[in-house]
Design a protein. Sequence first.
Length: 429
Amino acid sequence: MIPKLSSEDFVNQFLSSKKNNQVNSEVFQTANQVIQDIRSNGDKALYKYVEKFDGIVPENLIVSEEEKQQAWEQIEPKTIESLKLAAKNIRDFHKKQLQSSRFMNVDENIVSGQLFRPIEKVGIYVPGGTACYPSSVLMNAIPAVLAGVEEVIMVTPARNGETIAPILSVAAEIAGVSTIYKIGGIQAIASLAYGTETIPSVDKIVGPGNAYVAAAKSLVFGDVGIDMIAGPSEVAIVADESADPSFVAADLIAQAEHDVNARAFLFSTSEKLIRETNEQLKIQCSDLPRKQIAEEALINKSATVLVENTDQAFDLVNKLAPEHLEIQLDNPMNYLGKVRNAGSVFLGHYTPEALGDYFAGPNHVLPTSGTARFSSGLSVDDFIKKSTFLYYSERALNEASEHVINLATEEQLAGHARAVIKRTVKDIE
């Protein structure tokens, strides 16, 4: 089912061309029009686009306390327990990322260091149309709350023009979200970025969305911070004859069912494993609810690659820089050092990527489309600002003054030099 490529063909098809994650110009044009209208006209424009894109305007855009309580009553207790356990794991993992302000260089004349301060207001975008993702609520909100963000605002579209998916409301309360608004799409991003009479502006926007949401986040970046512009989801699996082909196939399918543009790759030293994995793909896709989506992604956007050895496999993986990397080899810890570029790594035969999506603790908001070469998954750090501080005594400045003046003079910035000279040369006019 998945095309089998040589390593050379894989490089030519998936590594040599530009990543296919650009948003087309029509989407950008639409996003820009909506953003500028809401920026200029506030609620009047917001309500216009909610009605245009969602078909109906909720009587109240904010999710009320009564609605939140009703949501708890609509969710099965076992699901609530799962959400709470997942939240605990995510919280425990991210707590270890917390840092305190610190002095980095201290003596009696010179003091320097860093201040760590949380972002004040953060907006979380959560899809809520044909599918809803409570895991995204937990993954985005919990690190923000741990970082000390004062106000975490969530936006998600109403399913029927009136209420949001109950499980999203429950997940938001478990995660510590302050307020929820029933809006989605471009209009939600624009409202969070610039504020309206109803929706407060924020300092940073995080969370996944469709092409229009991605375009809107790109356009407001600079006026507010954003997490990333996410492309199609992807997984790379490095496996050998020790791997179970039914496990490998299941993990490839789990990725492929996201979207027709999702990408799933298998790198293996075993031709037998590749063959048996393909057989398993046909069997396991046969009764998959999202069969058509998964099969299209597997056939058109994915590949299996027979490699000479694991070194070649990891060389290709590091060039790909996948969002998710599974190492289905015996003694997988021995290979962790070979990983240079990957969003998140899943080690061993019993650590499927789905475990990380929902429950284990590490964040599932990860760099895609090769951006793991230079960026990282969402963490507490994304909600923290770091300011440096510096103190010099008069004596310390006098000792450093000659060097500062020399460097400022070389850059022909006389004002910089004079700012030091005024403090250190007493007889200058």
